[in-house]
Design a binder for this molecule. Structure first.
Ligand code: COA
Length: 174
């Protein structure tokens, strides 16, 4: 079952993310900093007893050519006509003991569904993400869910190479 995360879930998200991302680096600082940004949403998948198994985190950013992207709350209109609003899947993590059971796919589909729902009023056309070049398992999951590589020249702060992937969002029929 998937539910929206509350502020009291943030410590669990940070601990779970740090455990799931252990092989990819130290995420103990970046996860809390994302959770503090305005407009960032998170969802938790939990079992029948309420025990969390994984989470997804989504941020919204205004991008203007030549400017640093700024976090926004979904629904806010960009101030400049050249600016676009981007939905960014910041994190997707399932605890190692629960991986390979379809939970990551379920969380990802949930994020896509919510993003498509708010896309028309938020002027969002694309859902994007960044994944480590070496994380081929996650890349397969994203490719199967409709994401394609849009930039293979990105790097994380610590110098590790990364792929930017994006997926168009379905627009409602008129
Ligand atoms: C990526 C992640 C969220 C997937 O969660 P999950 O619950 O295992 O995913 P699902 O069971 O829904 O889907 C499994 C699919 O994910 C892919 N996959 C992801 N990680 C994998 C791994 N370590 N080994 C093999 N396949 C992997 C495969 O394509 C697999 O598809 P398949 O069943 O056809 O082989 C999970 O592996 C995880 O938390 N990894 C560590 C954190 C991470 O890498 N997050 C994404 C970074 S952007």
């Amino acid at each position: 079952m998937i539910r929206r995360a509350e502020v009291q879930d943030h410590p669990w998200i940070v601990t779970t993310g740090a455990a799931a991302y252990l092989d990819l680096g130290d995420y103990t600082r970046i996860l809390p900093s994302w959770l503090e940004q305005p407009g960032v949403l998170a969802w938790i998948d939990h079992d029948l007893y309420g025990r969390g198994r994984g989470f997804a985190m989504l941020g919204f950013y205004v991008e203007d050519p030549g400017q640093v992207a700024q976090p926004v709350v979904a629904g806010a209109s960009p101030a400049s006509p050249s600016a676009v609003v981007i939905a960014d899947l910041l994190a997707l993590a399932v605890l190692p003991a629960f991986q390979q059971r379809g939970l990551g796919s379920k969380l990802l589909h949930h994020v896509i569904e919510v993003t498509e729902r708010v896309a028309p009023t938020s002027h969002i056309t694309t859902l994007r993400l960044t994944v480590s070049e070496t994380n081929t398992g996650a890349q397969r999951l994203y490719a199967r869910t409709g994401f394609t590589v849009v930039d293979d020249s990105a790097t994380y702060d610590r110098g590790q190479r990364a792929l930017r992937m994006a997926r168009p969002l379905a627009t409602p029929r008129r």
